[in-house]
Design a protein around this ligand. Sequence first.
Ligand code: NAD
Length: 229
Amino acid sequence: MKKIVVLSGAGMSAESGISTFRDSNGLWRNYRMEEVASPIAWQNDMDLVLEFYNIRRKQLFEVEPNDGHKAIVELEEHYDVNIVTQNVDDLHERAGSKNILHLHGEMKKVRSTIDESLVYELDHWELKKGDLCEKGSQLRPHIVWFGEAVPAISEAVNIVSQADILIIIGTSLAVYPAASLIDYAQTNIPIYYIDLNANDFSFKSNVKCIAERAGQAIPKLVEELIKSK
Ligand code: NAD
């Protein structure tokens, strides 16, 4: 079976109602990044960081996978599909996809601040000051913050380097190291870049830019890829 690797970013979930990072009407607009998504922020104002992620986690319990997430699941009947996502939502999982690597963590998980191997699933939206891990330390969001290492990046590089086809969806290709993953694809494999702003970029000739909504473009591309299998 041919291997398709999907790299997804915030635009993948935009039509489900989750704000992207740079949207002018996005949830992130009201906060300066370093005030809410960095280790310094956690040290200086834990309440603000908890509030920021609690609002976003709450929203996650209210949204659903969109047609793009669902179409990728269909692809899995015909190809060996791996998803490497920058998204911290669980919409690929809830649509039914199986092989998903979260580069930047997961919103519905929390972890210990003294032992990062202690990761817990939250079944409710609110993480509070005083919520402790089994070793007695404060729990924090299981998110890769700005300035922190991206532990899953080497696994992601390995996955991308094995792709026969690469599909990049809804990412501004601005956040590193995620944005550099495209460079690890084998030379001349077909690459599809679906993003509302896809035409603003110039790529090598093996990259086809599709400047459409993910929920519109992915089902069409999936149909095409299944037919040409
Ligand atoms: P980004 O916000 O930098 O870029 C989003 C991209 O999506 C833009 O290029 C935009 O043109 C495109 N887009 C918006 N709506 C679209 C649609 N309907 N269809 C297709 N494309 C669309 O996001 P990024 O590149 O993923 O990086 C931002 C960082 O923020 C990541 O680190 C990510 O972890 C985090 N983030 C995650 C979520 C989430 O989990 N859903 C949401 C916001 C931000």
